[in-house]
Design a protein around this ligand. Structure first.
Ligand SMILES: Cc1cc2nc3c(=O)[nH]c(=O)nc-3n(C[C@H](O)[C@H](O)[C@H](O)COP(=O)(O)O)c2cc1C
Length: 473
């Protein structure tokens, strides 16, 4: 990272600058110490740098985060390592990243909000039930505003609350209300860290795509030895900055690319109270939609009935049956990319009685229809129609939910429907539907990759990388 001290040397050193600007050299020493030049001096410094051909922007905005408007919410919990969060604040500010800070009640036993406020030069939030703050829906605003939420140190307590959906203070409520990337940097006594409850919470959160900056091993403040020490603030901030750099790199990756995604199940009504469907939750399709939206794509989601919050996308169209999903999807074309992750019913059922007479299904079918039978009517095939249409998108991605011969079945679907890519998964024994994780095989015409079991968010991110390779190469 570019240092203000280097800039001062390049401009002739403390004494020369002080003389040219007519200020006390001690002011410039302060700039060096704080690694920051006051905004009121930007113009004067800029004039000094003109003849020397120095790009002062690199020093004043070292990582260009201001231009990108990246922001971090730091949640400080109450642990022996709480004091290290002061250095974390200093480093975030040194990187010119916008910062808000929330402290738990326990954190305030170790550090005062006043200290944090003066370091961050901004109000530090502590209270969920603050009338002033909640006038602006503070907990939701704080949860949504940040690109990254960093919990450091993260106590065993906050991990337990987060893993189990408990929202009883400002910090834990924000964690449940956010779409942002969440990093936890746990720190605790080694026995607390190894405790099965903590380990279960840790794995639950990992599976949900929460990122961890792992605790280190060594001598602990409590006198014990083991794993549980908070890594050095510099290490934590390096990870965060790497993530922000990655976000910056990918946030325009799919600019001007239109994507249509189908998600969730379809419901095929038999009569007003009965239907056939499946247990697809829509989580994988929604995760892909949010991921591609975050990368700049113009995303339309066509979704069957689901019980999960809407994804980040430009347009969400709700449908019920396979026929409706087909009609909507076809009507939206052309698109650059179509991803069909919905579990579409292959058939609908037509109830009949005696001699193939159809029944009136406007009202509930009565039990008294003793010879009730069903014939099947095949639903239209969305993937096949799109891939063979004149308005074929540049890239078509299918999903193949199988209960046996997973790779073989997916491969034949890929070939027969002329897809570019297919993600196959084993949906037997409720392994995928409704779960937060997925294990997929990713097939193209000449390749088959086995991806390890991972969160559906992580599958979405890896799929976006794969599509980027295929689409732009
Ligand atoms: C002196 C002291 C040090 C503590 N250090 C830790 C710690 O390092 N990690 C931890 O998980 N809990 C630690 N605790 C326990 C937490 O403060 C306690 O679980 C609290 O409820 C955490 O609240 P919070 O998660 O809302 O901040 C410590 C408690 C005390 C009194």
């Amino acid at each position: 990272m570019k240092d203000i001290s280097d800039l001062i040397s390049l401009l002739g050193g403390t004494g020369a600058i002080a003389r040219k600007l007519g200020i006390n050299p001690s002011a410039i020493s302060n700039w060096k110490k704080q690694n920051k030049i006051p905004k009121t001096k930007y113009e004067a410094i800029s004039k000094l740098s003109l003849d020397l051909n120095i790009n002062i922007e690199e020093y004043l905005f070292p990582n260009d985060y201001k231009g990108s408007k990246f922001s971090i919410l730091l949640i400080i919990c109450g642990g022996i390592a709480s004091y290290k969060s002061l250095e974390i604040i200093r480093l975030i500010k040194k990187n010119n990243i916008e910062l808000d800070v929330v402290m738990t009640k326990s954190a305030q036993k170790f550090l005062t909000p006043l200290l944090v406020t003066s370091l961050n030069e901004k109000k530090c939030y502590t209270d969920l039930f603050s009338i002033e703050d909640e006038a602006n829906m503070n907990h939701i605003t704080l949860a949504r505003k940040a690109d990254i939420i960093l919990v450091a140190p993260a106590t065993a307590n906050i991990m337990g609350k987060f893993a189990n959906g408990i929202a009883d203070d400002l910090a834990s409520t924000i964690l449940l209300a956010t779409f942002s990337t969440v990093f936890l940097a746990p720190s605790m006594n080694p026995v607390m860290w190894e405790n099965l409850a903590t380990q279960e919470n840790y794995h639950k959160l990992l599976d949900r795509g929460i990122k961890f900056i792992e605790p280190e091993s060594g001598d602990m403040a409590c006198g014990e030895f083991g794993t549980g020490r908070l890594p050095e603030p510099k290490h934590i901030i390096d990870e965060i900055v790497n993530n922000l750099n990655y976000k910056k790199k990918i946030q325009k990756q799919f600019n001007n690319v239109s994507v249509v995604i189908t998600a969730g199940p379809t419901i095929e009504n038999i009569d007003p109270v009965r239907f056939i469907s499946n247990k697809s939750s829509g989580k994988q399709g929604y995760a892909i939609a949010s991921e591609l939206s975050n990368r700049g794509a113009d995303v339309t989601v066509i979704s069957g009935p689901v019980d999960i919050p809407p994804p980040k996308c430009n347009k969400l169209i709700k449908i019920t049956s396979a026929q409706e999903m087909y009609d909507k999807t076809i009507s939206i074309l052309p698109a650059d990319i179509v991803i069909c992750s919905a579990a579409v019913a292959d058939w609908r059922l037509i109830p009949e009685i005696n001699n193939n007479h159809s029944l009136n299904t406007k009202h509930k079918i009565k039990k008294s229809n003793h010879n009730l039978r069903f014939t099947t009517l095949k639903n239209p095939d969305i993937l096949e129609t799109i891939s063979k249409s004149k308005r074929r998108p540049k890239l078509i991605v299918g999903f193949s939910a199988e209960t046996e011969n997973i790779i073989e079945n997916a491969k034949s679907k890929l070939i027969s429907k002329k897809l570019d890519l297919i993600l196959a998964n084993d949906v037997s024994q409720n392994k995928v539907f409704g779960k937060d994780t997925n294990k997929v095989y990713v097939l193209t015409n000449n390749n088959c990759e086995e991806w390890s079991e991972q969160s559906k968010k992580s599958v979405a991110s890896n799929l976006a990388n794969k599509i980027n390779e295929m689409f732009f190469s």
